[in-house]
Design a protein around this ligand. Structure first.
Ligand code: FAD
Length: 372
């Protein structure tokens, strides 16, 4: 297949976004021959923890090692998303059938039964188009496909710091702190210098402006709440963004497919969004290969939506909404019940594995493979 990649920006965006890559996605990156390099610029995190922020006590710890019989990669790899983009772009540059055009935004689209025409600094004709143009997808809008769901009232704030939370708190590189007043996710990434840094994610207050959220006072208050010893000078980056739970009504319109955030967006608690987008891409690439090579008829193209849309709802939308609710729960009885459930799951080997089969997306990847 001849492939043309049209990208609006001239450079890869380095702002903090996805970082957690789950075992099922690691299997896919290994299949593409990208895992070794990807892992070499990130860190391997075998465990993750839930903490009670109110009492600063550890609630439960999960260990991916229980997945040893299910996957060659019983851990997550925390590598920043921009590094994966750069590894991917280098790989594409070496492929003779691929042309990458940066700084080329797609502005319009028309199609008939023979092909698709894209407007992007001139007109381009293709047999198929895969729209991976993010949550605000121009292609999805051109096709008038509804993006069903809702937007959370509060935005999420990401503070990146050189402070070492593992040393100060005894937490692991992926720790979720539940708190009725203000929850936090802490996770470590390596940074471009590979020296290591932590991201702390907080909910902003509903009407909190950028100025208020980024103020020294707010920053100090939030970091001190997580750890009294945090010196505010160690914060090296601040970012705030709006969070949605939305799924496109359809993932296919004729010869055009939606994948990644163009097809679905979710809150980042659990680190599932980009993983699911990669699962979409791998499934769709293989489906298109089968059809383009004549090994399968065009009717196979509908399998992509049959697989990917319901699985996104079941494993990503439901899971991330439940993850967020668990972190922010205010009712003391429900909080206690949530913590008891997590402890039971962590302590019982069968439940422990069941929990991780779901969060690691291994269960959803296997379910996808069974959908014909
Ligand atoms: C703070 C934060 C933390 C996150 N953490 C995690 C995590 O831990 N794990 C996880 O799995 N997910 C996480 N996510 C979600 C993850 O970042 C997204 O799911 C992921 O970026 C989606 O990738 P994508 O390629 O589909 O879309 P995008 O990354 O949005 O890329 C879309 C691309 O299309 C380009 N584009 C847009 N419009 C056009 C156009 N008209 N023509 C041509 N090009 C266009 C854009 O420039 C961009 O390069 C997080 C997100 C955020 C914001």
């Amino acid at each position: 297949m001849q492939v043309v990649l049209l990208e609006a920006e001239r450079e890869v965006d380095h702002s903090p976004r996805a970082a957690t890559t789950h075992p099922s996605t690691l299997e896919m990156l290994a299949g593409l021959g990208l895992l070794e390099e990807f892992q070499s610029v990130g860190l391997v995190a075998r465990h993750f923890q839930f903490w009670d922020g109110a009492s600063r006590a550890l609630v439960a710890e999960f260990d991916h090692e229980v997945l040893r019989d299910e996957t060659p990669y019983p851990y997550v790899v925390q590598t920043e998303q921009h590094k994966l983009c750069e590894i991917g772009l280098r790989r594409l540059a070496a492929m003779p059938d691929v042309e990458v055009r940066l700084g080329t935004p797609v502005t319009g689209l028309t199609q008939d039964e023979k092909g698709v025409r894209l407007a992007a600094s001139g007109e381009h004709s293709f047999d198929y188009v895969v729209a991976c143009d993010g949550g605000r997808s121009t292609v999805r809008k051109c096709l008038d496909i509804e993006f069903e769901g809702y937007t959370w009232p509060e935005r999420f704030l990401v503070l990146t710091t050189l402070f070492d939370f593992a040393q100060a708190l005894g937490c692991c590189p992926r720790s979720y702190i539940s708190d009725p007043e203000e929850w936090t996710n802490l996770f470590k990434v390596m940074g471009d210098d590979l020296k290591g840094r932590w991201r702390a994610v907080f909910p902003a207050r509903e009407n909190e402006t950028d100025e208020e959220a980024f103020s020294e006072a707010a920053l100090e208050r939030r970091m001190r709440k997580v750890c009294d010893a945090h010196p505010k000078e160690l914060v090296v980056h601040r970012n705030i963004y709006r969070v949605h739970q939305r799924v496109a009504r359809t993932f296919r319109a004729g010869r055009v497919f939606l994948a990644g955030d163009a097809a679905h967006v979710n809150n980042p608690v659990g680190g599932l969004g980009l993983n699911c987008g990669i699962h979409d891409a791998v499934d769709l690439a293989e489906t298109l290969r089968l059809v383009a090579s004549g090994e399968a008829g065009e009717e196979l193209l509908d399998r992509y939506e049959r697989r990917r849309r319901p699985l996104n709802i079941e494993y990503v939308q439901q899971q991330t909404v439940a993850n967020k609710k668990r972190l922010e729960e205010r009712d003391p009885r429900v909080r206690r019940a949530n913590f008891d459930e997590l402890r039971r799951a962590a302590e019982d080997p069968r439940l422990h594995k069941q929990f991780l089969m779901r969060t690691s997306l291994i269960e959803s990847a296997r379910k996808a493979a069974r959908i014909a």
